[in-house]
Design a protein around this ligand. Sequence first.
Ligand SMILES: Nc1ncnc2c1ncn2[C@@H]1O[C@H](COP(=O)(O)OP(=O)(O)OP(=O)(O)O)[C@@H](O)[C@H]1O
Ligand SMILES: [Mg+2]
Length: 408
Amino acid sequence: AMNMVSELVDDVSKDRGFFAALFASYRSLSEDGLISCSLTFSRSPARSYVKPAAIVLLTGQSIRAHSAVRDSRDLAESAMKALRATLARYKREYLDVLSSLDEPKPVAVVILQGRALSLEEIRAVVSDGSEYREVKIPIKNPEWSIEDLPPKIVEEVRLVVVNPFKSGMPFAVKGAFITGPPGVGKSVMAEALANALGLKVVELKPFTYRSMWYGATEKMLNAIMSQVFRRRRELAVVIDDAEFLSSRKYTIHEAHLSELSTILYHLQRSDRPFTILTANNPDLVDPALLRPGRVDVTILVGYPDKEMRRKALLRNASKYRVRFASEKVVDYVVNNTSWYSLAELDALLRLAASKGSGTVGLDEVEWARRKIVVSPTERRSIQDYLRWWSTKVQGIVIAYIPTEVEVE
Ligand SMILES: Nc1ncnc2c1ncn2[C@@H]1O[C@H](COP(=O)(O)OP(=O)(O)OP(=O)(O)O)[C@@H](O)[C@H]1O
Ligand SMILES: [Mg+2]
């Protein structure tokens, strides 16, 4: 913040110099919070026209620009108060100077995106063929929360998964499998679940650990897993689109089998971290991965009902700072997106917002809707398949499979 201040004031105060007072307060960086508020004063002898300036740094995904600007005045004032208190203790001679100045004006409000601040990673080094290979996997702070999930299953997820885990019950669920058609929010749910459990996310992706050398893939996997296991109280493992771990039913390549068996081995250790798998096509995932003891709960996610479409639409509109021309537009979108996935609903919103330069009216929605073609017949049968599949699952099932009436 001080660097920015100096850039800003340097020109006007070349031969006069300036003072800056940095006033900082930290809250958790993963939450919304103030990082710093700095005040700057010119050292000019003609104090009468000196105006103190404040630069405010905030962090957080959900901070809106206009409320940040409004709050920044209060922040600048409390920074001024804090400065006054400090001067009263250590530099009384400056107190008069300070009282002769105007109220500080915020000249800049900077909002940092919280996610960019997460630089943690898992590192593993193993010998790969004739050389050493290092793999770094970023540790992600989840952005989605359990409140973003379909209201119909939030309570059940809390009761079955979150509460027992958080209270450290020995019988707590330690693995979840999330399945459903493309774009319905499985990856989002995996993240939200980790968030609700108070865990950060390490995603196991094949391209990070697979090697062309015999035995090196397993070695790398073991090295990664041992890092993750050590930090199991703070990390969840997410295996997104787990179809890539090909099932023994379909694979004959020995390398793939041994990769799968390495993962199976780790997932049945009693000291394993919470593990979440997702897949579009549950039939392609090896049943051994999904049996109770590795995966204790299966969450089935179907195409969203109206209630969920409304919730997702409003959340994403606020995320992209999109305005609706009227309340009617929201109803119109919700009522005319039956059988859309949440990804398609999101695409519709973004398309319409691009056309309307940030404001979405009925015309924009109609225009965007023509570009996203959805076949209700096909979607109904996918939803039916999911419902049928839910009857075959071993272990606990949490199902969000809205009926035709709820969707349409
Ligand atoms: N709970 C939610 N609230 C609002 N929007 C959501 C939600 N879940 C998903 N979305 C929207 O849908 C998009 C796709 O979600 P996600 O990537 O989780 O789907 P998926 O089921 O994992 O898809 P795939 O099968 O292709 O991996 C997200 O980028 C987001 O825009
Ligand atoms: Mg996904």
